[in-house]
Design a protein around this ligand. Structure first.
Ligand code: SF4
Length: 471
C-alpha cells in the first residue's frame, strides 16, 4: 500500500504504485490536452509529481517532445544559469563483500587485483587531484567491514581535507559508500562530508534481489531506507541515482521521483542531486545480461524529464558517457560533470598496484583542462565553487536559495571567482585567455548592482593571490 510518509520502503516505494504510474503514462502518452496541461504546470518551475512526470516521459508526440526538451533547457538556465559544477571521483578501496552482478568489485571476482589506499597514498591522490585543479571529490569505496570500516573512511576524509599542495585544497568531499547505520551516518556528518551519495541501482525489488545475491547490500529494504537513516542522522544533502540499464528506465524514473518526493514529505528536503549512470562494460561483468538499455535519444529525454520534474536538483553525469552525449545532456538539464576522472584505486598519483583496479571503462578520457576548455568554448562556466557547503547552506537552506532564484547573484559570481582561481593556478595560456574573456562577459550580466560590485572587488583579490576557502 503506497504511503509517501511511511518509513518502510515497501510502502513509500510501493511496486503497485510504480506499475499504476507506468500504466497511467502509457494510457495517456498521446493525450495532447493532458500533456499540454502538465507542461504548463511544469513551466511554473515547482516540479511535478511522479505520475504527471511519467506521462511526459512516455509522450509519443514529436512536437510535444521538442517542447519538453525546450522547457528542460529553460528551467536549467533559470536555476543554474550556464554554470557547470566540476568534480572527480576518488577510489579509496575496491575490497567488497557484496555480490552485485554489474560491478567488477563483486566478491566473486577473483581476477581483479584488490587494493586499499593507505593514508599516505590518499594524501598523494588528493595532491594529484589538487594539481589538476579539482576542489570537489566524490569518495568511492566498496563495502567491507574488515578492510574498509567506517573509521577508515573517516580517517580518509580527514587526510583529504588536510592535504594542501601549492594553492590547492579539496573543499568538499562527497561520499559514496554502502548503506550504513544511523550512528555511522552521524559520524560522516561530523566529519564534514558534502553530499552522501547512494545509488539505488534499481528500484525494481524483484530485479534488485536477482542482481544482489549476497552481502549486506542484498537487503532491498536496508538499501532503500538508507537515505532516511542518513537524514535522521543529520546528513541533509543526499544524492540519489539509478544505474540505467538494469531494469526498464521508465520504472527507475518513477522510482527516483517517488524517492525524492518521500524525502521531501518526511524531512522537508528532497534529493540534492540525482545521478544518471548507464551500465558500462567492466571486468567480469556480462553487460549483455541486462535488458534495460536505452538509446541516446531516450536518455536525453529522460534527463530532460528529471530536470522538469525536479527543477532544483543537481543532475550529475560522469565520464561513463562520451563527449557527444555529455554535450547533449548538458543542454537538457545536467548541471554537474566529472572531468579528468580515473576509476582505479590510486590511479591519479599512479602508485604501484593501481593497474587493472578500475570499476568501469570511461568513455570521456580528456584531461580536466580539456573539459574546462570545451565547456568555455560552448559558453558554459566551469565552476569549482563549494561555497554553499562552506557557508552551511545545505539541505533546506540551499533549496531556499535555489527556489528564490537568487543564484544568479550568488552562484554565478562564485563560479566566476573559482574559475579565475583555476585559470591562474592550473590552466595553460590559451585556456586562460578564453576563460578570462568568458569571465569578463559573464560578470557584466550579474543582475544585481551590489553583487556585481562585490564580484569585481573579489576578482581583483583573487588575481592578487587571495584563495578563499569559502568559495
Ligand atoms: S557496486 Fe558497490 S557494493 Fe556492489 S560490488 Fe561494487 S563496490 Fe561492492
Amino acid at each position: 500500500m503506497y504511503n509517501i510518509k511511511s518509513t518502510k520502503s515497501s510502502e513509500f516505494m510501493d511496486n503497485e504504485e510504480i506499475e499504476a504510474t507506468l500504466r497511467y503514462a502509457e494510457e495517456n502518452r498521446e493525450n495532447r490536452a493532458l500533456i499540454r496541461r502538465i507542461l504548463e504546470k511544469a513551466g511554473e518551475a515547482k516540479g511535478l509529481p511522479h505520475r504527471e512526470a511519467a506521462v511526459l516521459l512516455a509522450c509519443a508526440d514529436e512536437e510535444l517532445n521538442r517542447e519538453i526538451l525546450a522547457l528542460a533547457r529553460r528551467l536549467k538556465e533559470a536555476f543554474y544559469g550556464s554554470r557547470v559544477v566540476m568534480f572527480a571521483p576518488l577510489y579509496l578501496s575496491n575490497y567488497c563483500v557484496n555480490g552485485c552482478a554489474y560491478c567488477p568489485y563483486h566478491v566473486g571476482n577473483k581476477r581483479i587485483p584488490r587494493k586499499k589506499l593507505t593514508q599516505e597514498e590518499i594524501a598523494a591522490e588528493a595532491e594529484a587531484l589538487q594539481d589538476m585543479g579539482h576542489k570537489r571529490l566524490a569518495l568511492e569505496a566498496g563495502e567491507d567491514p574488515v578492510n574498509n570500516p567506517i573509521d577508515y573512511i573517516l580517517d580518509s576524509i580527514r587526510t583529504i581535507y588536510s592535504a594542501r599542495h601549492k594553492n590547492g585544497a579539496i573543499r568538499r568531499a562527497n561520499v559514496n559508500i554502502a548503506a550504513t547505520t544511523e550512528e555511522n551516518y552521524a559520524k560522516l556528518r561530523n566529519a564534514g562530508i558534502g553530499t552522501y551519495i547512494l545509488f539505488q541501482e534499481t528500484y525494481n525489488r524483484e530485479n534488485y534481489e536477482k542482481l544482489h545475491l549476497s552481502g549486506p547490500k542484498s537487503g532491498y529494504a536496508w538499501h532503500t531506507e538508507a537515505m532516511d537513516r542518513a537524514m535522521r542522522a543529520g546528513v541533509d544533502d543526499v544524492g540519489l541515482g539509478a544505474l540505467f540499464g538494469l531494469s526498464g528506465y521508465k520504472y527507475e524514473f518513477a522510482g527516483l521521483l517517488m524517492h525524492t518526493e518521500h524525502l521531501e514529505a518526511v524531512f522537508g528536503v528532497g534529493a540534492h542531486t540525482i545521478s544518471v549512470p548507464r551500465v558500462r562494460p567492466a571486468d567480469d561483468v556480462d553487460s549483455n545480461r541486462f535488458q534495460g538499455g536505452l538509446s541516446d535519444e531516450a536518455f536525453a529525454k529522460l534527463v530532460a524529464c528529471i530536470r522538469v520534474a525536479a527543477p532544483y536538483a543537481g543532475i550529475i553525469i560522469s565520464t561513463r558517457e562520451n563527449e557527444e552525449t555529455r554535450a547533449r545532456l548538458l543542454s537538457v538539464g545536467v548541471s554537474q560533470i566529472s572531468g579528468g576522472s580515473r576509476t582505479g584505486v590510486g590511479s591519479y598519483a599512479g602508485g604501484a598496484g593501481s593497474k587493472n583496479t578500475e570499476q568501469f571503462e570511461i568513455s570521456d578520457d580528456r584531461s580536466l583542462e580539456e573539459v574546462v576548455a570545451w565547456l568555455i568554448d560552448s559558453g558554459h562556466i566551469p565552476s569549482f565553487c563549494t561555497a554553499c557547503y562552506r557557508e552551511g547552506r545545505t539541505g533546506d537552506r540551499f533549496m531556499s536559495l535555489c527556489k528564490s532564484g537568487q543564484i544568479h547573484n550568488c552562484c554565478t559570481p562564485n563560479a566566476l571567482l573559482t574559475l579565475r582561481e583555476y585559470l591562474l593556478d592550473y590552466a595553460g595560456p590559451s585556456v586562460r585567455a578564453a576563460g578570462e574573456a568568458l569571465i569578463e562577459s559573464e560578470a557584466g550580466k550579474v543582475p544585481n548592482l551590489k553583487a556585481r560590485e562585490v564580484l569585481s572587488k573579489r576578482l581583483k583579490e583573487v588575481s592578487a593571490g587571495a584563495r578563499d576557502l569559502r568559495f
